[in-house]
Write a protein that binds this ligand. Sequence first.
Ligand code: PGA
Length: 251
Amino acid sequence: MRKPIIAGNWKMNLKIAEGVALVEALKPLVADVDNVEVVVCPMFTALDAVAKAAAGSNVQVGAQNAYVKASGAYTGEISPQFLQDAGCAWVIIGHSERRHILGETDALLNEKLRFALAAGMKVMFCIGELLEERKGGLMNDVIRRQVVEGLKGLTAADLANVVLAYEPVWAIGTGETASPEQAEEVHVFTRALVAELFGADAAAAIRIQYGGSVKADNAAELFSKENVDGFLVGGAALKADSFAAIVKAAR
Ligand code: PGA
C-alpha cells in the first residue's frame, strides 16, 4: 500500500552542469517507473537548473535543508518559500550531518519540520543513532527522543507529507550498511512509536526510508523487508546508473 520512495541526497556535491547532466541521464532510465517516487536533492545552487531539467519527468526535486522564516534578515539561510520558487517540492530535515556537524537540535529540527509543512512542502525527516549509542544500548532511547521531539505538534494529517528516514550514523558514507534485519528492527520500532503518538492508521501509512551505504547490490535485500519503504541514498546517488538501479530494486 505504501508507495516506495527513493531519494538521492547529493550533499555538497555536483556543480550545476553536473547535476543537470545526472538528471538528463536519469530521466530515461526511470521513465517507465511509475510505482516508485523518485527524488533528487541537489545543493541550493543547482536546484533551479535541476528542477527545470526534471520538469515533466517522474523525477522530483528536493532541498537538503530549510530555515524557519519565510524571508527577511536571516543572512545565509533559505526558506521553504524560496525553495518552492526554485521548483522544489521536497526538503530533507534533520540529516545526521546537520545534527552532528552543524549542531542542529531536536527543538530546531521540529521547528523546521513544522515550518516546511506549513509552507506546503513534503519532508524527509531523518533519525538515527551514533555507533556509541548503539553499542551503549541507547539506540531505542535515541530513536524515541528524535521521533517524539521531532514530530511534536504535528497531527496525524500532517504525517501524509512526512517520510521518515532511518539513517544509522555509523552506516553513512562508511560502506558499512545495516543488515536488513537491523534496519527492519528499527523501522518496526519507529512505526510502533508513530502508532503510539498518532494512531494505527498514520503508522500504517507513513513511509520509512533506510539510509546508510545503500548500493545497487544491497538495495533489493534491504527493500525485501516489510517496513523498509525506500531509501535515502548518498554516494550511490551521484551516478545516474547506480541510482537508477536502486530505484529499480524498489520497483
Ligand atoms: P550514503 O549516505 O549513502 O553515502 O551512506 C546516505 C545519507 O547520508 O543520506
